[in-house]
Design a protein around this ligand. Structure first.
Ligand SMILES: NC(=O)c1ccc[n+]([C@@H]2O[C@H](COP(=O)([O-])OP(=O)(O)OC[C@H]3O[C@@H](n4cnc5c(N)ncnc54)[C@H](OP(=O)(O)O)[C@@H]3O)[C@@H](O)[C@H]2O)c1
Length: 249
């Protein structure tokens, strides 16, 4: 058994720890989007594979038998490539996918299908928007230049941003409710735009928004072709046939 773990999430880092504890032969893969990625307890490679064909070659060259896709739910291109490359090579594929967030009492959420719809959902009158969507899809919000945008990024931007009125906060998750509540207060935030990522690491802003009555425009996850998916690290270990090792029995 030789495993490729596709990472870039808190869950992927926890998965790497479980694989290392179990003594499994595994390689961790980062896209290379951040300047200083979290160190992993597994041999780590960084950078794209070169599309489906590059991934097919990589899987064969490295004699991979199992791929665990623990990428972010919005990293749909990587997930699609993994589905196609594993189908072509006969490598077993499992998605580790956290459940989407669901609204509860007191939440003022507006679900939208994509980034363009999130731009449309913002008001016409000037607002103070916490744009909690990373740095890759900021440009469409230039269509609503009347708003002030608070951006929370992992690394300082290296070039000019496509938005005029911005405040940038540099921070890396996981985030907590008290700090996110203070962020909403200090920046007088009137709206939040976020991706429905699920999981614990980025949920604090939603809890803080509920407490402060701030509306949230929540972008739905992109659809993926059918694949086998589990929600927990324990279930991945069972899939790998190492459930007992993981639980320390
Ligand atoms: N999208 C988000 O909102 C978000 C949020 C938090 C973290 N992340 C993490 O950031 C990374 C990039 O996300 P994205 O949305 O840009 O992905 P994406 O749009 O699905 O992927 C674009 C390309 O980046 C490369 N890539 C992505 N993930 C990779 C990985 N784990 N290892 C090696 N190459 C990878 C692949 O390049 P090739 O085609 O050349 O192989 C892929 O085709 C992922 O690791 C993801 O888990 C994403």
């Amino acid at each position: 058994m030789r495993i490729l773990l596709l990472g870039g999430t808190t869950e992927a880092s926890l998965m790497a720890q479980a694989l290392a504890r179990a003594g499994l032969d595994a390689v961790f893969s980062y896209a290379g989007r951040t300047d200083s990625p979290v160190a992993q307890p597994l041999p780590t490679r960084v950078g794209g594979f070169g599309g489906v064909s590059g991934l097919v070659d990589w899987l064969r060259d490295h004699r991979i038998s199992h791929v665990i896709d623990a990428t972010h739910p919005f990293a749909a291109q990587m997930s699609r490539n993994a589905i196609m490359a594993c189908a072509q090579t006969g490598v077993a594929l499992l998605g580790l996918e956290r459940a989407a967030w669901q609204p509860g009492p007191g939440d003022d959420w507006h679900a939208v299908p994509d980034v363009a719809a999130a731009v449309d959902a913002l008001p016409k009158a000037p607002a103070r928007v916490f744009l909690a969507i990373g740095k890759q899809t900021l440009a469409p919000f230039a269509a609503k230049p009347q708003h002030h945008y608070l951006l929370r990024l992992v690394d300082p931007p290296t070039g000019p941003l496509p938005l005029k009125l911005t405040t940038i906060v540099i921070a890396r998750g996981p985030f907590d409710v008290a700090a996110d509540g203070a962020l909403l207060h200090d920046h007088a935030i009137t709206h939040i735009v976020a991706k429905n990522a699920g999981g614990m690491g980025a949920e604090a802003k939603l809890t803080a928004a509920r407490a402060r009555g701030v509306p949230v425009i929540l972008i739905d996850r992109p659809a993926l072709p059918a694949r086998e998916v589990v929600a927990t690290i324990d279930d991945v270990m069972i899939w790998l046939g190492h459930a007992d090792t993981e639980r320390g029995v």
